[in-house]
Design a protein around this ligand. Structure first.
Ligand SMILES: [Zn+2]
Ligand SMILES: [Zn+2]
Length: 412
């Protein structure tokens, strides 16, 4: 069977015979198209909901070689009206696993590594150093903010998508080229993020933020723009950095929005991470073992008084005022509060000691605490502050031995 591709030259049809063995034959007719570049591309997709499904489908059709998919959800019936990759019999299964299997059916050229968990805290930021572009298919500000800060820290472009009924927007954020997502946040946005981070009791309401009414048609439109801009970026074509492509399905119009850089933007103020890779895994390490690994590196730099800067605030201990007992904790605030504060002996609320820096030394009281207990995820990039020649400097240490496991599907 031979495929005929028909092109009009104005007078009639030119017939070009294309080998039906090449699934990319019609794409390769585009003069700037580079299928080999796409085959090598590494794209991280965060979120496997309505938008994520459309983004993933397009990436697979285009033959993008390496996808890293993150989502913490499972398939349910309500997804089926907006998610081309899921079937009724997938109910209850992890979205990332179902999506990965369907993508391999669509295009066996595509290798899909997956992570089932929360992108904001359960996945190490080393992943951002291993991808060319991040495509955000998220439904809440807290996750967008976390992705934005990480992308800025490691210099990775990300393309955010958002939906609301027949309206949607695809925004392109390129480090060092104009506004980022955080620049667009208002005080009200920060309030919503803080509610989500700080008050577990309020989470169900905060999560309602994500329950926008959406249609598969809007998801298709926005996801198509997101992937198209990613393809342009991968080819080195200009993309609208710091801008948003706004689509209004009611007025059948699109417009390009330009965002202003905000002078007090935290993402912009972050230093670009300079990472030292350590051949270590998060699951194997205690605080003391981590310190032992980095101590020679710090000594060589003349760095003194090192302290771990955890991504999440830690509770180091609880003090019960009634029992006058102090109990070491060393866990993230959110993992313990508020229930953990109650004294198991007398029922009195205990006072937490909160740490935003954990001093590191050979005789640290936290030496035996596993890094996992501190909320350090696989492939984490740990920040360590130290004094160098009288000034504070931040060092970045990646637990790089977690990468082969996380990305195993890329080597199959
Ligand atoms: Zn910014
Ligand atoms: Zn007590």
């Amino acid at each position: 069977m031979s495929d005929l591709i028909e092109l009009s030259d104005g007078d009639g049809l030119i017939e070009i015979s294309a080998p039906s063995a090449d699934r990319y034959a019609s794409l390769k007719l585009i003069d700037w198209w580079d299928q080999a570049r796409l085959r090598q591309a590494r794209v991280m997709v965060v979120g496997a909901g309505a938008l994520g499904n459309e983004v993933l489908k397009n990436l697979a059709l285009l033959g993008v070689g390496y996808i890293f998919l993150v989502d913490f959800d499972t398939v349910e019936a309500a997804n089926l009206s907006r998610s081309v990759l899921y079937r009724a019999e997938d109910a209850g299964k992890r979205k990332v696993e179902v999506a990965a299997a369907r993508l391999r059916e669509i295009n066996p050229d595509v290798r899909v590594a997956t992570f089932h968990g929360d992108v904001t805290q359960a996945l190490g930021q080393g992943i951002y150093r291993r991808v060319d572009v991040v495509i955000g298919c998220l439904d809440n500000r807290a996750a967008r903010l976390a992705v934005n800060r990480a992308c800025w820290r490691y210099g990775v472009t990300w393309i955010d998508g958002a939906l609301e009924v027949l309206m949607g927007i695809a925004r392109i954020f390129v480090p060092d080229q104009g506004a980022c997502y955080e620049c667009t946040m208002t005080e009200a946005d920060y309030d919503l993020v803080n509610v989500r981070y700080r008050c577990p009791m309020l989470r169900p309401e905060a999560l309602q933020e994500g329950r926008q009414p959406t249609t598969p048609t809007s998801a298709s439109l926005v996801a198509a723009w997101q992937v198209q801009e990613a393809v342009k970026l991968l080819h080195g074509l200009p993309v609208p950095a710091g801008k948003g492509i706004y689509i209004n399905g009611y007025t059948h119009s699109t417009s390009l929005l330009t965002y202003s850089e905000r002078p007090d933007c935290f993402s912009h103020a972050q230093p670009r991470a300079v990472v030292t890779e350590l051949p270590l895994r998060a699951a194997d390490l205690s605080v003391g073992a981590f310190y032992a690994a980095i101590a020679p590196i710090l000594a060589a730099e003349g760095a003194e008084q090192p302290a771990l800067l955890p991504e999440q605030e830690l509770i180091s201990r609880f003090d019960c005022p009634a029992c006058e007992v102090s109990t070491p904790v060393y866990r993230p605030y959110d993992a313990v509060m508020p229930d953990g504060a109650t004294c198991p002996v007398c029922g009195t609320p205990r006072l937490p000691s909160i740490l935003s820096r954990l001093p590191l030394s050979a005789n640290s009281p936290a030496a035996d605490v596993p890094l996992l207990q501190l909320g350090v995820p696989p492939l984490a990039v740990l920040q360590v502050a130290a004094r160098v020649a009288g000034a504070e400097r931040v060092f970045w240490f990646e637990l790089s031995a977690d990468a082969p496991d996380l990305l195993a599907a890329w080597s199959e």
